[in-house]
Design a binder for this molecule. Structure first.
Ligand SMILES: NC(=O)N[C@@H](CC(=O)O)C(=O)O
Ligand SMILES: [Zn+2]
Ligand SMILES: [Zn+2]
Length: 432
C-alpha cells in the first residue's frame, strides 16, 4: 500500500508532499507525482505532524477492564493523534514478572496504535524474568502509593535502579515523598461526593514540597548507579528544576498545564489525581518551563476511572483522570492562540519522548521514519465533550475547553482513524 499526502503544512511552516511506502516515509518533497496505486490525502490548508508518543498511559488491562481496555484506550489515543503509548505496571496482576508482562502483551494485541509495556517494582517482583522481556521502561516506580498501592521503600528503589542501569533500561519515577504529606488536610475537607467534593483538600494533603524532595532522592540514586532517570508527571517548577539539576529528563501532564487548584472545587473527585492539581502560580510556571524547553515532554498519565468510582467522598475516590485523546488537541489549541509554537508542540509530543525512550524510527516526519502521522485543520477548534471521546470512562476534566482534533491518524502507513471512524488494524510492540 502507498499513501500520498499532498500540500501538507509541517510544524515549521514548510508545505510538502509526503509519500508513504509500506510502513515508512519514502519521500518528503515540494512536489511528488501521484502513482496509480496511491491513496491520496489532500492536506491543502491542513497541518501534518508526527504521531504523538505518549510514554505514560494506564490502559487498565489485565484486571480493570471496566475502567478501560486496550481496545477503548487505544481508540481514544488514535482519535487524539497518539500513535505510540507506553502502559504502566499498576494492573492486576501488576507487571512485575516476565509472566505478567506476557499476559499484558497478549491483551495489547487489541491495540489500535503501537505500544510499549513498562515493568514495575514491588517487594514481590521477579527482576530476572522481568528484565528478560523487552521492557519499554522500568516504571513508573512508585516512591509513594498511588492507584494500585505500589509505593516502595528506599532500599528496594536503589536495588531496582541498579538492575535497570545494568540492563540499560530507563527508570521512570512517580516522585512524591509521603513523609511530607499533610495529614491535617483531611480535617479541612468540606465533605460532599463526586462533583460536590472539593479536591483542593487533596492538593493540600499531597503537598507541593513532597515532589521536589522525592525528585532529589531519585536523581541521587540514579547518579549512584549511572542510570537514566525520567521523572513522570512533574507537577511543580521545583520538581522540574530538581530533575534537570540532577541530569534527569521529565514530563508534564496536560492536567498540570491546563488545570490548577482554581478548578479543584468545581471538579471535585474528578480533579483528584497524583500528583494533585497545584496553585495557579505553579501551573503558570510549568507552562513557562514547557515553552522554554526545560520540560522535555508532555505525557498524559491517562488514568481513567468510572463515574461510579468517582462519585464518592474525596478520601474514598480513586486518583486519576483520562487524557490521551485531549493532549494534542489542547496543545494545538494553545498553538492556535499563539501561546506555544507548533514546532515546540511537535517536539514535546513526539520527537523528545522518542529520543528519551530510544525509539529511533518514531516521532519525526523524515525519510526512513515510520509513517506515524496526524493530519488536522489548525483553525478547526471545537469544544471538548466527554461524550464525544472514546475512552470507556465517558468523562474528561477538560469539559468545555477548546481543542483542535485530528482528522486522520496514520500508524505505520495504515489509516487507523479518520473523521470519527476507526479501521480495524492492530498496533505492535515498539520493542519487538
Ligand atoms: N495519576 C494517578 O492519579 N493515578 C494513576 C497512577 C499514577 O500515575 O500515579 C492511576 O493508575 O490511576
Ligand atoms: Zn504516577
Ligand atoms: Zn501514571
Amino acid at each position: 500500500m502507498s499513501l500520498l499526502v499532498t500540500d501538507a503544512t509541517l510544524a515549521d511552516g514548510r508545505v510538502r508532499d509526503v509519500r508513504v511506502e509500506g510502513e515508512s516515509i519514502a519521500a518528503v518533497e515540494e512536489s511528488l507525482d501521484p502513482r496509480e496505486e496511491d491513496r491520496i490525502l489532500n492536506a491543502a490548508g491542513k497541518m501534518l505532524f508526527p504521531g504523538a508518543v505518549d510514554p505514560h498511559v494506564h490502559f487498565r488491562e489485565p484486571g480493570f477492564s471496566h475502567k478501560e481496555t486496550w481496545g477503548t484506550g487505544s481508540k481514544s489515543a488514535a482519535a487524539g493523534g497518539v500513535t505510540v503509548v507506553a502502559d504502566q505496571p499498576n494492573t492486576t496482576p501488576p507487571t512485575i514478572s516476565g509472566e505478567a508482562f506476557d499476559e499484558k502483551e497478549a491483551l495489547a494485541a487489541e491495540s489500535a496504535v503501537d505500544f510499549g509495556i513498562s515493568g514495575g517494582v514491588t517487594a514481590d517482583w521477579d527482576p530476572d524474568s522481568l528484565f528478560d522481556r523487552p521492557l519499554f521502561a522500568l516504571g513508573e516506580v512508585f516512591l509513594a502509593d498511588s492507584t494500585g498501592d505500589m509505593g516502595i521503600e528506599a532500599d528496594l528503589f536503589a536495588d531496582a535502579v541498579e538492575r535497570a542501569a545494568e540492563a540499560d533500561v530507563t527508570v521512570t519515577v512517580h516522585a512524591e515523598d509521603a513523609d511530607l504529606f499533610d495529614e491535617s488536610a483531611r480535617e479541612r475537607d468540606a465533605g460532599g461526593t463526586g462533583r460536590t467534593a472539593d479536591a483542593d483538600a487533596w492538593s493540600q494533603y499531597r503537598a507541593a514540597e513532597a515532589e521536589a524532595a522525592a525528585v532529589e532522592r531519585a536523581v541521587e540514586v540514579g547518579a549512584d548507579s549511572n542510570a537514566d532517570v525520567h521523572i513522570a508527571h512533574t507537577s511543580t517548577p521545583e520538581g522540574v528544576d530538581a530533575a534537570k539539576a540532577g541530569g534527569a529528563t521529565c514530563e508534564v501532564t496536560p492536567h498540570h498545564l491546563f488545570l490548577s487548584r482554581a478548578d479543584a472545587t468545581e471538579l471535585g473527585t474528578y480533579g483528584r489525581m497524583n500528583p494533585p492539581l497545584r496553585s495557579e502560580e505553579r501551573r503558570a510556571a510549568m507552562w513557562e518551563r514547557l515553552v522554554d524547553g526545560e520540560i522535555d515532554a508532555v505525557a498524559t498519565d491517562h488514568a481513567p476511572h468510572t463515574r461510579a468510582e468517582k462519585d464518592v467522598g474525596l478520601w474514598e475516590a480513586p486518583s486519576g483522570v483520562p487524557g490521551v485523546e485531549t493532549m494534542l488537541p489542547l496543545l494545538l489549541e494553545a498553538a492556535r492562540k499563539g501561546e506555544i509554537s507548533y514546532e515546540r508542540v511537535r517536539d514535546v509530543t513526539a520527537a523528545n519522548a522518542a529520543e528519551i525512550f530510544d525509539l529511533p524510527s518514531k516521532g519525526r516526519i523524515e525519510v526512513g521514519a515510520d509513517a506515524d502521522l496526524v493530519l488536522f485543520d489548525p483553525e478547526e477548534s471545537r469544544e471538548i465533550r466527554g461524550e464525544d471521546l472514546h475512552s470507556n470512562c465517558g468523562w474528561t476534566p477538560f469539559e468545555g475547553m477548546g481543542g483542535v482534533f485530528p482528522e486522520t491518524t496514520v500508524v505505520r502507513g495504515r489509516v487507523v482513524y479518520e473523521n470519527g471512524s476507526f479501521e480495524d488494524v492492530s498496533g505492535e510492540n515498539v520493542r519487538d
